[in-house]
Design a protein around this ligand. Structure first.
Ligand code: C6P
Length: 409
């Protein structure tokens, strides 16, 4: 290992990691699905409910003021974390999925119409595919697909063939949840902007693992989920450039998203409140801000460097096992490692590993088009975070060797 980062310094912060599963110490390698939560995040949520709980932006009482202050402070923390110019650019949602649906509905229905084209890549999670399929079907637009190579990289040159003067949006993942590929976003954004096309970036797998600066990336929309970055479930973020947010229609109607209401008409609140109809996940926003404080304390740059070290170590270790095939070999990659072992079904392998205390994901990873491309029904996926250790990787490798013996008997 090249970095001096010590995951053992942080492990005690995660109460869940201290337990045994089937008599073995828990080895949690399902971080792309959701990450574990440090005690300070759990405490922040508990403290909110024990001391400050009230609805936000509505009450004139002390609790209401405290809750509102904490909720709006969380928005500022998030804006700072991703380098947004203003907290007005941060819309709270349920997660990356809802954020994409929000853009498809509130922006897409206004700006995309019959005959227009939307580009997505073949490596998208269903969350960055289905909302565009639904929109395209409803308005008569065309979904164009940027293909991928078998090594999990984009066939970048194909952009030339699928871009046209009808392209209205490029929606692409920053980091693949199957291959771990980190896509060349700067290149995509500058090529798109040269033609006046906005770009939506699915940051569900990148924001938790890489330092992100939306000013540098220059993407128009960025979506991510709190639960994949040490925060709670049920809270996520849509970042967008101010002009998009100002011009977009509301997403849902209800309390707080309005300015004035008559029986037959209404006007909208200022951004970002225009997009936050009804009572929001206040505790979730506060928990996510605490998770960000924690990640900043660990240091995002150190997290990235350590994970890159650990992923290289893991890939080398897995490749040394006869019968392991790893899917994805991009030059820039993160910690989601999909693989198969001989012809053991991924579900059987995941079950075997679970019996030894190791949590991995098996299946299509909500990316069925990738499985079709690879001609596979499923893969096993180990996905890393900064609290994982070399010893855990060694243990995984040992247990894969054991699995071979067990299944090939
Ligand atoms: N991927 C995985 O195990 P939500 O469910 O809204 O928090 O995130 C959706 C999502 C969007 N984009 C990418 C690239 C993702 O990886 C995910 C979630 C998890 O791979 C759960 S399916």
């Amino acid at each position: 290992m090249k970095t001096k980062f010590d995951p053992l310094k942080y492990r005690p912060d995660f109460p869940i990691l201290k337990q045994k599963i089937h008599g073995y110490p828990l080895v949690y390698f399902d971080n792309a699905a959701t990450t574990q939560k440090p005690k300070m995040v759990i405490d922040a949520i508990k403290n909110f409910y024990e001391r400050d709980n009230a609805n936000v932006h509505r009450a004139i009482h002390q609790l209401g003021e405290r809750a509102t202050e904490a909720y709006e402070k969380a928005r500022k923390t998030i804006a700072g974390f991703i380098g947004a110019e203003s907290e007005k650019q941060i819309v709270f949602t349920k997660g990356a999925t809802e954020s994409i649906n929000l853009v498809a509905s509130a922006w897409g229905r206004k700006y995309i119409s019959e005959g227009d084209e939307i580009i997505v890549s073949e490596m998208e999670h269903h969350s960055n595919l289905i909302p565009w399929q639904l929109l395209a079907k409803d308005v008569g637009a065309v979904l164009k697909i940027l293909p991928i190579n078998l090594d999990g990289t984009l066939v970048f040159n194909e952009f030339e063939h699928i871009l046209s003067n009808k392209t209205k949006l490029i929606a692409v993942t920053h980091m693949s949840n199957v291959f771990g590929t980190i896509n060349p976003i700067k290149k995509i954004v500058s090529m798109a902007h040269d033609r006046g096309i906005p770009v939506l970036l699915d940051g569900a797998q990148s924001v938790p693992h890489l330092p992100i600066d939306v000013g540098f990336l220059d993407c128009d929309f960025l979506v991510f989920s709190g639960h994949k970055m040490c925060g709670p479930t049920g809270i996520g973020v849509l970042y967008a450039k101010i002009n998009h947010l100002e011009n977009m229609n509301p997403y849902q109607g209800g309390g707080e998203m309005i300015s004035s209401v008559w029986l037959d008409n209404a006007t909208w609140n200022e951004i970002p409140h225009k997009f936050e109809a009804g009572t929001q996940n206040i505790a979730g926003a506060i928990g996510l801000a605490k998770a960000i404080e924690y990640l900043e304390y660990v240091n995002m740059r150190d997290i990235t460097l350590y994970e890159q070290d650990l992923v290289t170590y893991t890939i080398n270790k897995l490749m040394s096992i006869d019968g392991v095939v790893i899917y994805g070999n991009a030059p820039a990659r993160g910690g989601a490692i999909s693989f198969n072992l001989d012809d053991i079904h991924p579900h059987d392998l995941a079950h075997f590993l679970d019996q030894k205390g190791i949590a991995v994901r098996a299946g299509h990873h909500c990316a069925q088009p990738i499985m079709r491309k690879l001609n596979l029904a499923a893969t096993t996926r180990a996905s890393l975070y900064f609290y994982n250790t070399v010893e855990e990787v060694d243990y995984l490798a040992e247990q894969l060797v054991e699995a071979k013996k067990f299944f090939n008997l």
